[in-house]
Design a protein around this ligand. Structure first.
Ligand code: ADP
Ligand code: MG
Length: 229
C-alpha cells in the first residue's frame, strides 16, 4: 500500500520560526524546513523533546504562521490564502491528533466524532452514520455511546483518531499521539492509526519518540538543530 502517486498533500518550503525576538531572547526553532508529504504516505517526525516537532506540526496545521517560507496544502499556498480559506482548510483538509485526546467530556464517542462534521455542514443523520463507520474501523463500535471518562486512555485516543479523520482531511498531523500510553496500548493505537489512514487513503505526519513505531512508517525525517537531518 506504499504511495505510488506523486500528488503532494503537504509541502513545507524553507519554513523558519524563531521565538522570543520581541523580548530580545531569540530562539531559532526551525531554520529552513523543506518537506513534501505525498498522498498516501505515512511519515514519522523524529526528534528529542524541545527540537521543534510541535512547532513544525502547528505551522503545517495552520495553527501558527512561519516567520518565512510557505506551507502548501493540496498545492495551494496557505501564506497568501485568505483567512476564510485558511479556516476552511484547517477544518476540512487537516486532522490533528494530540498526546492528550481533548475529547469533549459531556459528549459521547459518536457525538465527539460528529461535531467536526456538523461544524462543516453535514446533517446529523449522515454525521452519525459516518462516525459509526469510523469507530467500527478502530474496533470502537460497542463504545459509541460512552463518554470519554468511561473509556480507557487507548480507547480515548482511538476516538480522537476518528474525530481527526471525520471530515476526510488530506493530511493527519499527530503530535506524539501515543506518548501518554503504555507500550502495549501505544502499539494498539498506532495500529488503529495506520489502518485508518491507509484505509481512508490519507497522508500522515506523526511526531514520535518511539523508534519501534517509527520503523513501521513509510519513512522518517529527523529534526536536528532546526533542520531536517
Ligand atoms: P518539541 O515538540 O519537539 O518538544 P517544541 O516545538 O514544543 O518542541 O519547542 C521547540 C522550542 O521552542 C523549545 O525550546 C520551546 O521552549 C520553544 N517554544 C515553543 N513554543 C514557544 C512559544 N510559544 N514561545 C516561546 N518559545 C517557544
Ligand atoms: Mg512537542
Amino acid at each position: 500500500m506504499r504511495c505510488v502517486m506523486s500528488e503532494v498533500s503537504l509541502a513545507l518550503k524553507s519554513v523558519t520560526k524563531t521565538y522570543g525576538k520581541r523580548i530580545g531572547k531569540a530562539v531559532s526553532v526551525l531554520g529552513g524546513i523543506t518537506l513534501d508529504i505525498h498522498r498516501g504516505e505515512i511519515v514519522g517526525l523524529l526528534a528529542p523533546s524541545g527540537a521543534g516537532k510541535s512547532t513544525l506540526l502547528h505551522i503545517a496545521g495552520l495553527l501558527e504562521t512561519p516567520d518565512s517560507g510557505n506551507v502548501e496544502i493540496g498545492g495551494i499556498n496557505m501564506n497568501t490564502a485568505s483567512d476564510r480559506l485558511r479556516t476552511r482548510t484547517r477544518r476540512t483538509e487537516i486532522g490533528f491528533v494530540y498526546q492528550f485526546h481533548h475529547l469533549l467530556p459531556e459528549f459521547n464517542a459518536r457525538e465527539n466524532v460528529m461535531l467536526p462534521q456538523l461544524a462543516n455542514g453535514s446533517n446529523a443523520a449522515s454525521a452519525a452514520t459516518h462516525s459509526d463507520q469510523l469507530l467500527a474501523m478502530v474496533g470502537m463500535e460497542a463504545r459509541a455511546e460512552h463518554r470519554p471518562a468511561e473509556l480507557s486512555g487507548g480507547e480515548q485516543q482511538r476516538v480522537a483518531l476518528c474525530r481527526a479523520l471525520a471530515n476526510g482531511p488530506r493530511i493527519v498531523l499527530a503530535d506524539e499521539p501515543t506518548g501518554n500510553l503504555d507500550p502495549t496500548t501505544a502499539a494498539q493505537v498506532f495500529d488503529a492509526m495506520m489502518l485508518l489512514v491507509r484505509e481512508t487513503g490519507r497522508s500522515a505526519l506523526i511526531a514520535t519518540h518511539n523508534l519501534e513505531l517509527a520503523a513501521r512508517m513509510d519513512r522518517c525525517v529527523r529534526l536536528h538543530n532546526g533542520m531536517i537531518a
